[in-house]
Every structure is written in structure tokens, then in C-alpha cells.
Design a protein around this ligand. Structure first.
Ligand code: HSE
Length: 436
């Protein structure tokens, strides 16, 4: 059979990795796909990349639109990242009747509904395995492997940079900024690293996971997003003394006809496997009704791990090139007419446990005032720690772990603590999830 000719938009880290994997494993890939897959046209901004990658027999264009409009190309692989020109190029490729493979999580999270509708109209596929958790085949697992289940919740460490920072803070007592600079040097961080540390990147990926887990449209704008820049070394240490680790979790949970979508630092019991996912590794835990809990672990970024997912998508697309569009695996796991919008749970109404850290004046009666507020709001305590005052200090840290309670009541407790003369400085609040 004739080889399938693909066009690469972008020859950066992932584009280069994809080219290398396609070259090195060409024979095995063809045995799986049933046809050779060759890169026949690529767009490149930096000509030095062409030499560095040893590109052979590939037509090169500076303008990515030339690839998208090339009549020989059957599949366009978009690895530019960002919203524009990626969105216009993908829509143009679909309009030209080409299948698309992309690693662009921001684009799918924000414009996926429009992109999938355009693909559906033209009877072509958009594959996006590399958009979530890099090389881990999480989209395929959820969309196909768990197709017999009702998925209850998904909780993931899906930003490697954030996980690397929290792991280094815990293991080596390093400063936040120092670790972030190292992650940038290693090429894991986003072009704008606030996307990593403030949870935007994880929110993009969570949006996609929730849509395929629950059969709902993509709702990026409704994800509650809180970053890790407010987590201190002390919090990491106190959490450990209480038997927890702090992880930046992305959580999607379906309950009573609503969906919670949230990304925030979270205390996870030390005994959970996911609490031991360290460094830049990613992991996604899924609770499904028939299967129970499963955990998917692996590299969430990097040239070849991400290329592994891109090439798997290419093989999928090539296998289905001749199949009837209505009999392919749907983009969002459920048949397009079965994708149902679900209301998003407001954060004030979620229920979970909480870690609170207060700085209190060291004098009798303060604990009684704090306890009175907790009692009045019917908030049960799980544990309390009071630390020694630091040398020369007249205030002490008070650390409390609550039982499960509605977030609204914790917010009210924090407001009332703030009114006490004996409580000084910022009050730290970190959610706790047992993931049981
Ligand atoms: N910046 C991302 C991360 C890269 O750190 O996980 C992969 O999406």
C-alpha cells in the first residue's frame, strides 16, 4: 500500500521527538498501522533544527499554511502550541479534509467544542492523546479501556513542573524559585511558567479529562484554579508530620448530577500510591464503578515521551482512514449527540476536609476562641498541632485538620479567625482529599 504522508507543524522539542521516533521505529510502526507513515512536509521557523535533526526527503516551508494546504498530506500534526495560529491552521486543515493530531492542550481545552464540531462535519478525526499527561495513554484508557464503567472521579498530578517543585521542596528544603528555574532549564515548564505553578496547564488537561470521563462538553472557564506559589516549606513539613504529602491535584468528580472541576494544592494521605509520585512524573487516579480504583503513571512531558503519544495517535488515525466516520471512537468518548452538559458545582458547595495554619499570639485562651468558632460552625477537628514559638517570636503556628465540611463554612471560619486580635498574618487553607 502507498505510504501515508503526514505534515508536521513545528519542529521544536515535540516535533523533533516525533520525527525521531517515526524514523527509528518506522518498521514496527508500519507493522502496526498497516502502512508506512512518512513525514513529507514540515514547517520550521528555525533552520538550524533541520540540520540538528538530520531531516531527509522532507519538503520544508516557513509558512505552516503551506503544509495545511499541501494536497499530498493526509494527516496534519500540529505541534506549535498556543492558540493562534494553531487554531486557524487546524480549522483550515479540517476544512481541507485532513485528519489532525495535536498535543495542544490549551487549544483543545478552550476551543475543542468548535474543533470537534468542524471535524465531525467533515468526517475527519482530531486525535489529542499527547495533550494530557504527555506520554501516558490516559485518553485511550478512559475513552476505550473504561468504556464499560460509570466514572465517579478523576484525580491527577498532571503538571510535571509543579510536582517537581513540591517534591524538591519536601526532599531537599529548596526554595520555590530555584526549583522553578531548574525545571525551565530542563525544558518541562511552559513558555509562561505561571501556567505551571498557578495551575492553568493542569486546568487545561483536567477540562479534557472531565469531558471524556463524563461525556460533557469542554468547560475550561469553569475550572476552579489555585496554584502552588502560596505553599510554604513549613506547610510541606507540617503535612508530613500529620501523615500527608502536599500534591497539586486536578480533580473532577461527578455527584448528584453536578460536576466538580478543581485544581489546587491538596494534602493526600501518605499511604496512597499517588502521594509517592515525585519529580516531573505524572499520575492519574480514576475511580470507576465496575473496575474500582486504577492509577496511571509515567512521564508527562519531554520530547520522546510526548512523541510516543503523538505517534500512537498517528497509528490510530492511519488504521481508521478507510473506516466509516460514524464507526470511529468518538472524540469525546460518547457519541456526539450523547454529549450532555452538566452543571458545575460552585466551590462554596464542595465538601472536603481542610488543613488550616494560623499564626496565633502565644497566650492562654486563644485556643478556646478558635475552638469556639469551630464549634459554632459545626466543624469537627481531626487533629491539632501547636508548634514552639521561633526564637524571639511571641506568636506560634497553630495547625488544624478538619473532618469533611462544606467549603462555605470553612470560608466563614477563616473570616472569623481573621477578626480575632490573637490571630496575626495570613491564614493558610489547603484542601485534604483521602482518595479512598
Ligand atoms: N509544562 C507541562 C508540565 C508540560 O510541566 O507538565 C507538559 O504538558
Amino acid at each position: 500500500m502507498e505510504p501515508v504522508k503526514i505534515g508536521l507543524l513545528g519542529l521544536g522539542t515535540v516535533g523533533g521527538g516525533t520525527y525521531n521516533v517515526l524514523q527509528r521505529n518506522a518498521e514496527e510502526i508500519a507493522r502496526r498501522a498497516g502502512r508506512d507513515i512518512i513525514v513529507s512536509h514540515a514547517s520550521v521557523r528555525n533552520p538550524a533544527r533541520v540540520e540538528a535533526l538530520g531531516l531527509r526527503d522532507v519538503r520544508l516551508s516557513e509558512d505552516p499554511a503551506a503544509v495545511v494546504d499541501d494536497p499530498e498530506i493526509e494527516v496534519v500534526v500540529e505541534l506549535l502550541g498556543g492558540t493562534e495560529p494553531a487554531l486557524s491552521l487546524i480549522l483550515r486543515a479540517l476544512e481541507n479534509g485532513k485528519h489532525v493530531v495535536t498535543a495542544n492542550k490549551a487549544l483543545i481545552a478552550m476551543h475543542g467544542n468548535e474543533i470537534f464540531a468542524a471535524a465531525h462535519r467533515r468526517g475527519v478525526m482530531v486525535a489529542f492523546e499527547a495533550a494530557v499527561a504527555g506520554g501516558i495513554p490516559i485518553i485511550k484508557s478512559v475513552r476505550e479501556g473504561l468504556a464499560g464503567n460509570e466514572i465517579r472521579w478523576v484525580a491527577g498530578i498532571i503538571n510535571g513542573t509543579g510536582n517537581f517543585i513540591l517534591s524538591e521542596m519536601r526532599d531537599h528544603g529548596r526554595d520555590f524559585a530555584d526549583v522553578l528555574a531548574e525545571a525551565q532549564r530542563l525544558g518541562y515548564a511552559e513558555a509562561d511558567p505561571t501556567f505551571d505553578v498557578e495551575g492553568v496547564d493542569a486546568a487545561h488537561k483536567l477540562t479534557i479529562l472531565a469531558a471524556i470521563a463524563f461525556g460533557m462538553p469542554l468547560h475550561f472557564e469553569d475550572v476552579y484554579t489555585e496554584g502552588i506559589s502560596g505553599v510554604t516549606r513549613e506547610d510541606v513539613g507540617y503535612a508530613e508530620q500529620l501523615g500527608y504529602r502536599i500534591k497539586h491535584l486536578a480533580i473532577a468528580r461527578r455527584a448528584e448530577g453536578r460536576v466538580e472541576l478543581r485544581v489546587h494544592p491538596t494534602l493526600v494521605p501518605e499511604k496512597r500510591l499517588i502521594a509517592h509520585v515525585d519529580g516531573v512524573m505524572n499520575a492519574v487516579q480514576i475511580q470507576a464503578d465496575a473496575l474500582g480504583p486504577t492509577l496511571y503513571y509515567g512521564p508527562g512531558a519531554g520530547a520522546e515521551p510526548t512523541a510516543s503519544a503523538v505517534v500512537a495517535d498517528l497509528v490510530d488515525v492511519v488504521r481508521t482512514l478507510t473506516s466509516d466516520p460514524d464507526n470511529r471512537v468518538p472524540h469525546l468518548a460518547f457519541k456526539p449527540d450523547q454529549v450532555v452538559d452538566l452543571p458545575i458545582q460552585p466551590m462554596e458547595e464542595i465538601e472536603t476536609a481542610y488543613y488550616l495554619r494560623l499564626q496565633a499570639v502565644d497566650r492562654p485562651g486563644v485556643m478556646a476562641q478558635v475552638s469556639a468558632i469551630m464549634g459554632d460552625l459545626d466543624i469537627s477537628m481531626e487533629a491539632i498541632l501547636q508548634k514552639e514559638p521561633a526564637a524571639g517570636e511571641t506568636t506560634v503556628p497553630l495547625i488544624m485538620l478538619t473532618r469533611r465540611v462544606r467549603e462555605q463554612r470553612i470560608n466563614e471560619a477563616i473570616r472569623r479567625f481573621g477578626e480575632l486580635d490573637a490571630i496575626v498574618g495570613e491564614i493558610q487553607r489547603i484542601r485534604v482529599e483521602t482518595l479512598g
